[in-house]
Write a protein that binds this ligand. Structure first.
Ligand code: TYD
Ligand code: MG
Length: 458
């Protein structure tokens, strides 16, 4: 009999204790502890990862010269999807464990099946959610699959381990980690204990066998509960799917990558044949934008090494309510509140007597302060009910006194705007020095938000 011990785990943050607690001392959530039976680690799977190139630490007790260790990053294999390879800095590393998170229905299973296409090695795709028949239906929409892709509809870890030993796959896909079960644990599938134990189990197998492993983690709307967040520190690489489930495009972003950078994003479009890479994102983001409508302006954001154009929209409507509504999507809520307060104080726009809605079109998220100036322009344009020239593009950071501050990658942003036929670009004054001006494009510098409003609402 394996050695067991009762433990209590907080389902919000994963904190473990030996007794039940009403309030979690780590995250202060109430009633989140669940009981489970932990098994001494040795009895799960095939023990700890031993030595070898893929093991986290060599077990021999002797050290190796750094210069003599062969880089496992050189053995990366491309996924075959250009936008995904960009996010992964080239491809997947053998023996690595990767977590792919995202809301249900966003396209995780679809992209993983696409990765399985046309590979020269054995792949085992384990689904605890769908039957083999359902996966086959999806595969039929995606096109051709080789003889070496195996599907297993199973959620029991012991059974999956048996199949891994039989097939020795080069790539293992687990869809999803929330459905995996270790039968010696009493807690339900999807509980913190099961999810953690299953991840540790696949981590050991991946390192022992040099088998690349991708696990899917559903992100629930409420956020943390037994979701991918509690696994981020365990795995080598964490990717998240963003975007609107019902909207056109999906973005994959790396938040952690032990074998490459995390700056780049991958942009895809879901159509009837699966996820397709979007190679000209700026053009894509601008399709269908209104011309000559108040409250709409284009900005240029840097996503990794790529400049991407995005449309910022605002709707400002007067209200008599004591607490006006403020709704923001695609930008930081607190930052927009700050910009609204600044416009009120410095430019005398009475925004405390108006409902304000700010939105980035197409489900895109702008996290850079360089988008500040565009938000200011969109809000002021809607407030004054005056459209901005549709051939104008704006970027720049705004400080608390209303000053416009310099941003990085000015030239790249200007060139991207010029490529898409913008004829007027408004940038921070401090960025004017030394820039190359593309032919036919007027570049104007502003030092504060007053100057910006005078320019666009003249
Ligand atoms: P899915 O990959 O199952 O999402 P997840 O695994 O993240 O829960 O499916 C995403 C959605 O995409 C689903 O509603 C069906 C749709 N879809 C397409 O539009 N085209 C396709 O070719 C496929 C396979 C799915
Ligand atoms: Mg799925």
């Amino acid at each position: 009999m394996p050695k067991t011990k009762t433990i209590f785990t907080c389902s919000a943050c994963g904190h473990e204790t030996g007794r039940w607690l009403g309030k979690c001392p780590a995250c202060h959530a109430y009633n989140t502890f669940e009981e489970s039976v932990a098994i001494a680690k040795k009895t799960i799977g095939r023990g700890h990862a031993g030595g070898g190139r893929f093991a986290p630490t060599p077990s021999t007790g002797t050290s190796t010269r750094l210069s003599e260790i062969k880089s496992i990053a050189d053995e990366k294999f491309p996924t075959g999807l250009t936008e995904l390879d960009r996010v992964l800095s080239g491809g997947i590393v053998p023996g690595s464990l990767m977590l792919l998170g995202g809301e249900p229905g966003i396209g995780k299973s679809t992209i993983l099946l696409q990765i399985c296409q046309n590979k020269p090695f054995t792949i085992l795709y384990v689904s605890g959610e769908e039957s083999a028949g359902q996966i086959n239906l999806r595969a039929a929409r995606l096109g051709q699959f080789g003889e070496n892709t195996y599907i297993l509809a199973e959620s029991d870890l012991a059974a999956i381990e048996g199949e891994i030993h039989r097939l020795s796959p080069h790539l293992l896909v687990i869809d999803s980690i929330q459905t995996m079960m270790h039968s010696d644990l009493t807690s339900a599938a999807g509980s913190v204990t099961q999810v953690r134990e299953a991840t540790a189990f696949f981590m050991r197998l991946a390192k022992e066998r040099g088998m690349a492993t991708i696990i899917v983690g559903h992100v629930t709307k409420e956020g943390a509960i037994a979701g991918p967040k509690i696994l981020e520190h365990m795995v080598d690489c964490v990717l998240y799917f963003e975007g609107e489930r019902h909207g056109g495009f999906r973005i994959i972003r790396a938040v952690k990558n032990r074998f490459g950078g995390t700056g780049e994003i991958g942009i895809f479009e879901m159509d009837e044949g699966g996820l397709k890479p979007i190679t000209n994102p700026s053009e894509y983001m601008l399709t269908g934008r209104p011309l000559d409508a108040p409250g709409s302006i284009i900005t240029c954001a840097m996503e990794g090494s790529r400049p991407i154009l995005a449309e910022v929209q605002a709707l400002v409507a007067p209200t008599k309510a004591p607490n006006p509504r403020r709704v923001v999507s695609g930008m930081d809520y607190n930052r927009i509140n700050m910009l609204l307060a600044m416009l009120e104080k410095r430019c005398r726009l009475y925004l405390s007597q108006a409902d304000s809605y700010v939105n980035v079109a197409g489900g895109m998220k702008l996290t850079e302060p360089a988008a500040d100036l565009a938000a200011i322009a969109a809000i002021a344009s809607s407030y004054k009910n005056k459209p901005i020239n549709p051939e104008t593009l704006i970027f720049g950071e705004v400080g608390l006194t209303g000053e416009v501050r310099a941003v990085n990658h000015t030239q790249k942003r200007i060139d991207e705007a010029a490529k898409l036929a913008f004829t007027e670009i408004i940038i921070p004054q401090a960025n004017l020095k030394g820039i190359k001006r593309p032919g036919g494009v007027k570049i104007l510098g502003v030092a504060n938000i007053g100057e910006l409003l005078a320019l666009i609402l003249a």
